[in-house]
Design a protein around this ligand. Structure first.
Ligand SMILES: [Mg+2]
Length: 127
């Protein structure tokens, strides 16, 4: 879309979290287009087609979960170069380790802190 420098795809089944992310992008990341998917399956299709600069992937999704979606993203040469930021309500050290070994660029726990999301997205988009 015209006027945007970059695009981020957010895969999230919870409408409240999606609305919050929409608000964060409007307020703090207004030059970045936010693409939205409600399921991993839909997200994989959009990622391959739209080639976003970053994917924010919820771990708890209906159908394929975030870890399974990550395996598909990494096994597809059209999407494996895209950094992926995981979000989850699971906040144990073992969850962070699992996310890190799955190849996620970052892991953010819910409920979201606006600044944490904003800073991580900016960093992963390269400023
Ligand atoms: Mg979820």
């Amino acid at each position: 879309m015209e006027g945007y420098n970059k695009a981020v795809l957010y895969v999230e089944d919870n409408p409240l979290n999606m609305a919050l992310m929409h608000h964060i992008f409007k307020k703090n990341l207004s030059s970045v287009q936010l693409l939205k998917a409600e399921t991993a399956e839909q997200g994989l299709e959009i990622a391959a087609r739209e080639q976003p600069d970053l994917i924010i992937l919820d771990i708890g999704l209906p159908g394929l979960n975030g870890y399974e979606a990550m395996e598909y993203l990494q096994s597809n040469e059209d999407t494996r170069h895209i950094p992926v930021l995981a979000t989850s309500a699971f906040a144990q050290a073992s969850d962070m380790e699992r996310a890190s070994s799955a190849g996620f660029a970052d892991y953010i726990t819910k409920p979201f802190q606006v600044k944490t999301i904003t800073d991580s997205v900016k960093k992963l988009l390269g400023g």
